[in-house]
Design a protein. Structure first.
Lengths: 233, 252
């Protein structure tokens, strides 16, 4: 039971350990995204393979976090802020693991186009990757500092990611119409863009959990973004 | 949960010069389980005892304010105390069966209130033991001494004794603190069932117990009622910092 002094100290120590693991998972997810984009830009197959293989590390770490969280629930039966923190960490680890998966997905698709010259210089995709990296970074900072204002700002950043995704889609559509031989590579690039767009959505989930953890109120990331103008397809 | 069974207004309680309860305002919903939590000496047991005027027995104790049971103030001069304590029964921390048979323990209250008929008494005893989930274990040993039962069984016997006089409210002062985990689980299960018939108010030091069995939780600290709310909210997102600190073990 957490409500004794010794229990409290042990709980706080366990919490510190699980938070450190979550941050580690966060930086691995961030690296998976930037690594995959870098590999795509440089057509670096070895790096792409490294990102893909690195996914196992993320999976193992996620599993470890889940076990730690379950153990903490069983040992301390946390309530209130403690309970919200553990529950949020459980959710956040899943989102971070998915972001890592999407990074590895980008690397897999990138490997399919390494043997041919690029149909266009890559500008917006790396920009998207950079935004995602910043968002993950912001979300992890917001988590550590229990900073709801920052979490909300990070949610708002997803608008730019969505804009870039739409822009990339339109541009590649044009290239496909111009020359059917572009279709294969353009489709792959659209897939990459879509993976990054989904990674952005997972970051907004992180922010929702951070706000719930800190305040006890559920928010919807959409409330901190500009009004919807309809889906992008 | 629509109606309030008790409505407490500006309740102050002093033990001599010690101001033990300060301006308590609280509603206790009917046919629901209300848990009172707080550190030792915070006034929760004193508050519980105000609900059937058990504090009247304590020398130097004075009470002001209103405690309304179904709209009438139990501290009114005309209150019939025997009737009040029939309506508002109590179960204590340590099982305290009388040194007599199981049957006589349960029949004690009804006899006191004038039921003499053997068949009626037998029916009341059976029904009360069924309600307190003890009937199956004691049906064949009704005339053996109650003190031969295990601690958990004794506590359920005390609950049977309390329900035998057909109360409307059951006050429980840490009813499981002297019991092992299995017996505690039986009592907790029983409390959940009792709420369909009775209003239950339970004092507990076990936070998880409050979270498991109650519908409403009230947090007391230093004689004040700090926060009252639906149990789910109190244990996931309490509004008051002091509640948060207490239930997460940051003090107390």
């Amino acid at each position: 039971m957490a409500n004794s002094l010794t229990g409290r100290k042990e709980f706080d120590e366990s919490l510190l350990r699980i938070e450190q693991n979550l941050l580690k998972l966060g930086s691995l997810a961030e690296e998976a995204i930037s690594g995959a984009i870098w590999a795509l830009q440089k057509q670096d197959d070895a790096l792409a393979l490294k990102v893909i293989e690195g996914d196992d590390v993320l999976d193992d770490l996620t599993q470890e976090i889940n076990e730690q969280a379950l153990m903490m629930i069983a040992r301390f039966q946390p309530v209130a802020l403690d309970l919200r923190t553990i529950s949020s960490i459980l959710h956040m680890s899943t989102d971070l693991e998915r972001i890592g998966d999407l990074g590895s997905g980008v690397a897999k698709v990138a490997r399919k186009i390494f043997h041919e010259p690029l149909i266009k210089p890559l500008i917006d995709i790396p920009r998207m990757g950079e935004r995602i990296r910043e968002m993950v970074d912001g979300a992890l900072k917001a988590f550590m500092n229990r900073d709801c204002a920052l979490a909300r700002e990070v949610c708002a950043m997803d608008d730019e990611v969505d804009d870039l995704d739409r822009q990339i889609f339109r541009e590649l559509l044009m290239l496909m119409m111009q020359n059917p031989r572009n279709i294969e590579q353009a489709t792959h690039l659209i897939l990459i863009s879509r993976n990054l767009e989904r990674a952005g959505d997972h970051v907004t989930n992180l922010c929702e959990h951070i706000v719930y953890m800190t305040t006890g109120t559920f928010i919807k990331a959409g409330d901190f973004r500009r009004p919807h103008e309809g889906k992008n397809e | 949960m629509e109606k309030d069974k008790f409505s407490v207004r500006d309740l102050d309680l002093y033990y001599g010069s010690n101001h033990a309860l300060k301006k308590i305002n609280l509603q206790i919903p009917e046919r629901a389980v209300t848990a009172l939590i707080g550190p030792s000496g915070c006034g929760k047991s004193s508050f519980l005892r105000c609900l059937n005027r058990m504090n009247d027995f304590i020398p130097g104790c004075s009470v002001s304010g209103k405690v309304e049971l179904d709209g009438s103030d139990i501290y009114d001069a005309n209150t019939d105390l025997i009737n009040l304590r029939r309506r508002v029964g109590m179960v204590f921390q340590r099982p305290n069966p009388f040194p007599m048979s199981i049957f006589d323990n349960v029949a004690y209250g009804p006899r006191l209130h004038g039921d003499r008929d053997r068949n009626t008494l037998r029916d009341i005893v059976e029904e009360s033991l069924r309600v307190s989930a003890l009937w199956g274990e004691v049906r064949d040993i009704l005339h053996t001494p109650a003190l031969a039962l295990s601690g958990g069984q004794q506590q359920r016997l005390c609950i049977a004794r309390a329900v035998a006089v057909q109360p409307e409210v059951l006050l429980m002062d840490e009813p499981t603190s002297a019991l092992d985990p299995m017996a505690t689980a039986r009592i907790e299960e029983l409390v959940r069932e009792l709420r369909t018939r009775y209003t239950v108010v339970i004092v507990t030091h076990n936070m998880q117990q409050a979270a498991r069995i109650s519908d409403t939780t009230d947090f007391f600290l230093s004689g004040e009622m700090v926060e009252s709310g639906p149990t789910q909210q109190m244990f996931t997102s309490p509004r008051d910092k002091r509640t948060e600190d207490y239930i997460t073990g940051r003090f107390g």
